[in-house]
Design a protein around this ligand. Structure first.
Ligand code: COA
Length: 163
């Protein structure tokens, strides 16, 4: 199996608000997210506070070996399903943090949270994102239109009885 960086994660907290704002507003992150418009600080702050305390959201910060935050993963829950999104800090991309961070969080939530299905929506030209989801056993499941833009759907299923 391919070696990668050591990575940890912890629940997101209010102190992460500014960092995650900067990561969210990076042009590549905006272009690849479900709504591509830039986000204002005020809107982000309101949104972030609600998400951090929302029981239907699992929100994690990815940490490198030296405990430096290098990205975030969020899962919006709907029953036993979740929609997953990931952003790696621009300066930390291409070093395996997305791939390994996704593995760590997905393993954790399938074990601890008893989800049966995770879905990721990825732009067709977002090759690195498609790679990290494929590397982590997500399989293509057609296309989905969101706000008039086309996304590839990737899903990972698990039989809750097998956990
Ligand atoms: C997508 C994202 C999370 C990936 O994280 P990352 O840490 O940069 O990714 P990794 O270094 O773990 O892995 C990237 C993979 O894509 C591959 N890759 C990167 N650019 C590529 C390109 N142009 N063509 C082909 N493969 C490419 C790498 O080789 C690697 O594949 P491998 O593991 O099979 O070698 C990160 O780039 C990001 O935050 N982008 C902006 C936000 C975003 O697009 N989020 C996803 C929304 S669904």
């Amino acid at each position: 199996m391919k070696e990668g960086p050591v990575i940890y994660f912890r629940p997101a907290a209010l102190e992460d608000c500014r960092k995650i704002f900067d990561w969210r507003n990076n042009p590549a992150a905006r272009d690849n997210s479900l709504s591509s418009e830039p986000v204002s600080w005020q809107d982000h702050e309101r949104w972030f506070k609600a998400k951090v305390f929302d029981p239907k959201t699992l929100f994690y910060v990815l940490l490198a070996e030296n405990e430096k935050p290098v990205g975030q993963i969020r899962i919006d829950l709907d029953g036993s399903e979740g929609i997953i999104s990931i952003t790696v800090a621009p300066e930390a991309r291409g070093r395996g943090y997305g791939d390994k961070g996704l593995k760590a969080v997905v393993d954790h939530i399938f074990q601890e949270k008893r989800l049966s299905r995770l879905v990721a929506l990825v732009k067709e030209d977002n090759v690195s994102s498609q790679k990290i989801f494929s590397n982590n056993s997500f399989i293509p499941n057609g296309k989905r239109l969101v706000g008039g833009r086309s996304f590839l759907e990737f899903e990972r299923l698990i039989n809750i009885e097998q956990i």
